[in-house]
Design a protein around this ligand. Structure first.
Ligand SMILES: *Cc1c(COP(=O)(O)O)cnc(C)c1O
Length: 220
């Protein structure tokens, strides 16, 4: 049976392997272990194996399990990778070290206000609706220049761009498009790639990969 440490080694080795042809350094890629739906006993072995960066997609679920885990293991960074309602902005700013789902003016206003009130600047990725899917979150590509300009007028630290390509299609063209959009706007951070496609994402410039299943096994 594979354990958490073995799976972590495998994912890290795959990232390093894909960095090589792309002439990148493995240290330039942040592996976010996506622990959504997994409880503390499932998370602890990964922390024990040296993983320090984790991702959750729901504020409430993260509030339930991370304060205790972080107290026991100082130095952990927590990223919010899922959609965020504006009325949860205060809680998200208090709990997370990075937010990957800034995608609309109402949320930008709520986050800017929450950061101002808390005196805490949390870097945010702007999520792009890269496949132009009506049911998905993310800023439409056509709105991106104006939205980025607006975010830059706030005190929100802009980390880069994030995307989730359409399911069931080849992800590479969408990753390449996100990389081009980031370059066009002078942004270096690229949050892209999940268990099924993080290697491709690293080749195409991902600085942050969000990997759940490949580290934790399937979600029940
Ligand atoms: C769940 C999730 C992931 C991780 O997905 P896996 O396929 O389990 O690696 C990555 N990004 C987002 C936004 C997610 O919601």
């Amino acid at each position: 049976m594979e354990n958490a440490a073995t799976r972590l080694d495998t994912v890290r080795a795959n990232i390093a392997r894909m960095c090589k042809p792309a002439r990148r350094e493995p240290g330039d890629v942040t592996l976010i272990a996506v622990s959504k739906t997994h409880d503390a006993p499932a998370i602890q072995p990964l922390i024990g194996a040296g993983q320090q960066v984790f991702g959750e997609n729901r504020v409430q679920e993260a509030q339930g399990k991370w304060p205790a885990l972080r107290e026991a293991h100082p130095g952990i960074a927590l990223h919010l990778i899922g959609q965020l309602q504006s009325n949860k902005a205060e809680e998200a700013v208090a709990l997370f070290d990075c937010i990957h789902s800034l995608d609309r003016p109402s949320l930008r206003n709520a986050l800017a206000r929450a950061m101002d009130n808390a005196g805490r600047q949390v870097p945010c990725f702007v999520q792009v609706n890269i496949g132009d899917e009506p049911q998905k979150g993310g800023c439409p590509i056509g709105d991106l220049p104006a939205f980025l300009a607006e975010v830059r007028q706030t005190a929100i630290p802009l980390a880069g761009l994030m995307c989730i390509p359409p399911a069931g299609t080849e992800a590479a063209p969408f990753f390449a498009l996100l990389a081009k959009l980031a370059a066009d706007h002078g942004l270096s951070g690229l949050s892209m790639g999940m268990s099924g496609d993080y290697e491709t994402a690293v080749m195409l410039g991902a600085t942050h990969v969000r990997v759940g299943t490949a580290l934790f096994g399937s979600r029940g």
